[in-house]
Design a protein around this ligand. Structure first.
Ligand code: NAD
Length: 295
């Protein structure tokens, strides 16, 4: 029998917790908490807790899915202050946060006799709902109760190494994504200005060296692919604000590792401008549209 806990039931966490509730064994339990209490009512079969420490007290494996490092820090200050040393508990943090905070929280939790694993995800809300997330795990191996918990929510699990290496993988991947989206949006805007037929150009790129996830799966040109956010007015995709957040975290991580990221000096300003133009909730590929508007 496993006693699961879940803290942070937002766009991602609610779907992840629902998958745990739906797939766990009949003898398992799931204890949930969110600062917005109504969110906990949306997880059928879960036991609603009235505070974070109650989840930690009643569960052996607790997943957190919170917005930023300050939220993770605050939640674990409360957990560490309240949790005893009877049996080792496992805390899996799937939030995308800064590496320094994750390391600091991990050592506090370890000092209290428990385990803290960073396990950020890719796959977005669609992957969270379908239970097909990819987990990037800050552990040398994924086995036992860690594997059991992650497989309730995801399909692909990558053991990235020591604590915080899951976050390192997530931030490096999303750095590539942020820049690929930028290059793809600019490239397609250039093609349009040069008078190319974009349906043909898109097919060409997809079998040529300019292809990427941004051209194949998330093409920025409306109508090229009916399934992309660009074909639904850039709604329900990977939000500009989240892309900007991850990009800034990647740049911060590079600074922490005394590394220079030349493009990282310029790219955040592009996404900041989109945000300031009121496009923060739109899919990141809306950059293409704004490039057409500003010839
Ligand atoms: P969200 O804002 O929709 O959800 C966060 C939830 O945490 C909210 O329900 C909020 O009420 C709750 N919360 C905040 N502080 C809390 C506290 N102290 N105790 C308990 N609950 C608290 O965010 P999201 O889109 O679900 O993203 C969560 C994390 O996952 C972020 O780090 C994000 O970068 C990452 N992520 C998001 C996506 C995505 O597509 N949305 C994809 C991959 C990773």
């Amino acid at each position: 029998m496993t006693r699961f806990g879940f803290i942070g039931l937002g766009a991602m966490g609610l779907n992840m917790a629902r998958n745990i509730a739906a797939k766990m064994k009949p003898s398992d339990t799931l204890h949930v908490f969110d600062v917005a209490p109504a969110q906990a009512d949306l997880v059928p079969g879960a036991i609603k807790a009235s505070r974070v420490s109650e989840v930690a007290a009643n569960a052996d494996t607790v997943i957190t899915m919170l917005p930023m490092g300050k939220h993770v820090s605050g939640v674990f200050n409360e957990i560490v202050a309240a949790v005893g040393r009877d049996g080792q508990k496992q805390f899996i943090d799937s939030s995308t946060i800064d590496i320094a905070t994750s390391r600091a929280v991990a050592s506090k939790v370890a000092a209290a006799g428990h385990r803290f694993v960073d396990a950020p995800v890719s796959g977005g809300t669609a992957g969270a709902k379908a239970g097909t997330l990819t987990f990037m795990v800050g552990a040398p191996e994924i086995e036992g109760s860690l594997q059991v918990a992650l497989e309730l929510m995801g399909k692909r699990l990558f053991a990235c190494g020591q604590q915080s290496s899951g976050l390192a993988a997530k931030l490096a991947n999303n750095y590539i994504l942020a820049l690929t989206n930028l290059a793809t949006s600019e490239g397609f805007a250039l093609a349009k200005h040069l008078g190319l037929d974009l349906a043909t150009f898109s097919q060409l790129v997809d079998v040529s060296s300019g292809q990427s996830w941004s051209s194949r799966v998330n093409n920025p040109v409306p109508g090229v692919d009916a399934n992309t956010p660009s074909s639904r007015d850039y709604e329900n995709g990977f939000a500009v604000d989240l892309c900007r957040k991850d990009l800034l975290l990647a740049v911060e991580a590079a600074q922490g590792a005394a590394m220079d990221l030349p493009l990282g000096k310029h790219a955040p300003a592009v996404y900041t401008a989109l945000s300031e133009a009121g496009l923060g909730k739109k899919d990141m590929s809306i950059l293409y549209k704004t490039l057409l508007d500003h010839k």
